[in-house]
Write a protein that binds this ligand. Sequence first.
Ligand code: PLP
Length: 415
Amino acid sequence: MSPRATRLALTVFDGRMASMIYLDHSATTAVDPRVVAVMAPFWSEQYGNPSSLYGLGRRAAAALEGARSRVASILNCHPGEIVFTSGGTESDNLALRGVGLAQAARGRRHIITTPIEHHAVLHTVADLVERFDCDVTYVPVDRHGLVDPADVAAAIRSDTALISVMAANNEVGTIEPIAEIGAIARQRDIPFHTDAVQIAGCPQLDVSSLNVDLLALSAHKFYGPKGVGLLYVRRGVKLAPAQTGGNQERGRRSGTENVPTIVGMARALELAQGELNSSVGRLIALRERLAAGLLARIPDAEITGHPVQRLPGHLSLIVHGVEAEGVLIALDLAGVAASSGSACASGAPTASHVLTAMGFTSRDAMGALRLTLGRENTDADVDFVIERLPEIVARVRAMSRKLEAGEVPRGYRES
Ligand code: PLP
């Protein structure tokens, strides 16, 4: 399959096939055909259990350990420091529960994190507070979603068990000063976790220069398969297993290893990191073109997140006076897949916890759009969105005004 073929085909209701412009790479990515190829033998030829002693099992174990070594060399750590998991959510859970519970046993129950973390972190911290008597300090972020390392330092207490700050935010793309925060944590001998799920296609993946003790990744964010991820755990960090059983992954994560997807993840990470030189600059140029084009044509819109310190292909904006849901539906009908910053449950949209923590009102946050570019996107894709999105926004705004004025019944949908 050519890279161009990773563009999805969308079946529309009238039976025609239309090509879709995919602008939601922060949500997930298509598996790279080169990754599919390396996974192929491990489904039904080399399907052995890595714990089995015979040849088939030994070959699976060799593939598993090969993948571990390749990932470790990219992260600049020892292979024994890599724990394979089912994805970002599990890696975050294992880090927070594993360290949180090990530290609670030593009387340390205070956790420092931020209000803009993914729910994989926020809900896990909330559970540690509720069920294990932990205490949490949320350090604030500024209008760009940036954490100030000095605020982290000021929040440290004698019973601080763990610090968790994400490497880059999924909703607004801001890249956090992880190395500086890590240096502060290390000076005070406090384990430091970072959710690096959004940052795998960026240069910042060296755990040694990042000063992190735990780092979570998820393969489906970098053109690898879904349902597989990893947690880097620095040697010496005490981690209670979140899942017990057959003692795989050195007892830190029991369960038969998912060899095909682990092999695929290692290849996807190699490709993502190997292509950094060409991908980062290209994505930044596409993002800047998209941002400039949209801001010039959509009145009363603003970029959210840090203007410079942000993920290369990540554009997030607030379009004031619209509800993002209406814009996203119209974009979908125009053949563009994008998302909103807020978690929209149908009929009851909730304002994004990230944007409200950054100081935006709930009403502002309702107009949040996220357009995240990836490998297959081109200038032509960007130009198409620059042309269509302003028209869509104008229509949705006009409709909102009519709704507010009571000129059309609620529930009416423009065709
Ligand atoms: N953390 C961040 C920052 C994410 O963006 C995501 C996924 O959207 C996750 C964690 C969860 O990863 P997974 O989908 O692999 O469970």
